[in-house]
Design a protein around this ligand. Structure first.
Ligand code: SF4
Length: 153
């Protein structure tokens, strides 16, 4: 059995932690089922860990800050969430994370542009940036085949 631990966005495991109180469950994916059976997953929602409520106003990255749709600066909460996810990664010697695409925390490679009009630009969410800095390989939920290859082939 592979003892390696993998961090995963809590909303991908069906937790209703999204800004609108819903989830992005991928629980029916066979790899996710296998990782659950092997007790390899550690779930976390960095925005909730950073102190934000459920539900909460939608937020997007604007320059070096994160602002919600009510124009309130929530950068500190996002940074705290990023710090918490890194602490968990360090404590559990995590090398791989599976995080939800397009989120201002968990998004990898693409995030919304700050205009709240569903326009994507190149960039990572704040938690992804922090994890990458400590050497964790981050994959989105659309890259599960790559994760499977690394772990089991
Ligand atoms: Fe999901 Fe991450 Fe957003 Fe939390 S911060 S709801 S885990 S995408």
């Amino acid at each position: 059995m592979n003892p390696q631990k993998i961090i995963i966005s809590a909303c991908l495991l069906g937790d209703d932690v999204k800004y609108d109180g819903t989830n992005n469950s991928i629980l029916n994916d066979p790899l996710i089922q296998k990782l659950i059976e092997l007790d390899m997953l550690i779930k976390i929602c960095p925005e909730v860990e950073g102190g934000l409520p459920i539900p909460r106003p939608k937020a997007e990255i604007i320059g070096n800050k994160v602002q919600n749709i009510q124009k309130i600066d929530v950068t500190q909460q996002f940074l705290l969430g990023a710090q918490k996810i890194c602490e968990i990664a360090q404590k559990n010697s995590v090398k791989i994370a599976i995080l939800k695409s397009k989120s201002p925390s968990c998004g990898k490679d693409f995030v919304y542009d700050g205009s709240f009009s569903k326009v994507l630009i190149n960039g990572d969410g704040l938690s992804v940036r922090a994890l990458k800095k400590m050497g964790v390989k981050v994959f989105s939920e659309k890259e599960l085949k790559k994760v499977e290859k690394i772990l089991f082939k």
